[in-house]
Ligand binder design. Structure first.
Ligand code: BEZ
Length: 400
């Protein structure tokens, strides 16, 4: 059943709140301040298992860190998290998102990592008019033809890092390329974007090689690359798949013969596992090690302190998703019924991100610098700004 979520509490939830001795006033604490306002329900739909598990965990931890740093509340209201493992499984995406929206009645749907799962979440959020905040997945349609006032992204579009890497590779004099990826939206959009930047600069793509997600038997593809002998390979993989691909590429003897580049997901959060096989690799992304800004230094220290792990791009995106939500909820003092004002506050927000400050485009996607990075030890070291303030073209978005 469609749930036209206006942000108001259901009768069932008010009764539940009364029974628990809380939430007497419903969801509009500024207007009906009788007792404690109800908690804001935040649904975290992320991959906590599978190839993208580490990505989901870093997003979750950094999201909560940002909120804890601001007193643990959203617009003055306590938070209840509802957590769901989407397993990076597109076939379960609609059911999972519907559980959070219809059964759990979340006020905000936050997720996810995998572009295919994201498309299901976009549909559920659109059908139910639920606020959706995307902390990773770059699926272009979310801020393109399917853009909507209630859909926001705090990460990137698949086009942004891909296009930048294509431009850089052409500027560095590479002429013949191959692209390699998983055959789903992120892989095809990222490699298409690389192709666009590369061919605009005079390069040519000799071959496009794909495997179904999340397969990691790369040998056949590596043999084909060795036969083609291009100037470079551009690969989109992330998480455990990226770690294995980069190691297999080196083990096949290709590393010193055919330069391997990619969007930064190829080496972000994976360098411990990749070791020598990744040294010297160039990638492009909206984050890098060594950005040397105060926000990044403080964030990295806080994330390390909270989790015992080093931050990566996924942690940054989780943190910024929460910062965007905090900006919206403080703009309406926690009143989720003030939907127009909530959206307005999020649209106007300037996010003080560890990646550098950014704002959102009319399509609700970050307008941001894309950095060229180079692997050194266990770091993706900042080299230069590959493209300044890059906005996704948002093709097909009626709001843009
Ligand atoms: C995606 O599916 O959009 C994606 C997954 C991992 C890293 C980057 C993008």
């Amino acid at each position: 059943m469609a749930n036209h979520d206006t942000g108001r509490p259901s009768r069932r939830r008010i009764l539940k709140g009364l029974a628990a001795g809380t939430a007497i006033a419903g969801f509009v604490p500024t207007r009906f301040a009788i007792g404690q306002p109800a908690k804001v329900r935040v649904g975290l739909m992320l991959p906590y298992t599978g190839t993208y598990a580490a990505l989901g965990k870093n997003i979750d931890d950094a999201f909560r860190l940002a909120i804890t740093e601001k007193g643990g509340k959203l617009g003055g209201r306590d938070i209840e998290y509802v957590v769901l493992d989407d397993e990076a499984e597109p076939a379960k995406g609609a059911d999972n998102a519907n559980k959070l929206v219809t059964r759990d009645k979340v006020d905000f749907l936050v997720g996810t990592v995998h572009s295919g799962v994201q498309m299901a979440m976009v549909k559920v959020a659109t059908d139910n008019n639920t606020m959706l905040l995307i902390p990773n997945a770059g699926a272009q349609a979310a801020t393109g033809p399917l853009c909507a006032p209630n859909i926001f992204r705090a990460s990137f579009s698949n086009w942004q890092p891909g296009f930048a890497m294509g431009k850089v590779a052409a500027e560095q004099g590479k002429k013949r390329g191959v692209v390699i990826s998983w055959d789903y939206a992120a892989g095809t959009e990222s490699t298409d974007a690389f192709k666009e930047g590369f061919t605009k600069g005079g390069g040519k793509i000799e071959k496009e090689l794909f495997l179904p997600f999340p397969e990691v038997e790369f040998q056949k593809l590596l043999t084909q690359i060795a036969e083609i002998k291009p100037d470079l390979g551009y690969a989109f993989y992330a998480g455990d798949g990226a770690a294995k691909f980069v190691k297999d590429y080196a083990a096949a003897g290709l590393k010193d013969k055919i330069e391997l580049v990619g969007p930064g997901f190829l080496t972000d959060g994976t360098l411990q596992a990749q070791g020598d096989s990744a040294q010297g690799m160039q990638t492009t992304l909206h984050y890098a090690d060594g950005l040397d800004n105060a926000k990044d230094k403080a964030f990295r220290a806080a994330f390390r302190q909270a989790t015992g792990r080093e931050a990566d791009v996924y942690a940054v995106q989780g943190y910024d998703t929460a910062q965007l939500l905090l900006a919206g909820m403080s703009g309406v003092k926690g009143d989720t019924c003030a939907r127009k004002e909530l959206i307005g506050a999020m649209e106007k927000a300037e996010i003080d991100s560890p990646r550098g400050k950014f704002t959102l485009s009319k399509a609700h996607n970050p307008v941001q610098d894309i950095y060229l990075r180079k692997v050194s030890g266990t770091q993706n070291r900042y080299v230069s700004v590959a493209v300044k303030a890059l906005a996704d073209p948002a093709t097909g978005c009626k709001m843009a």
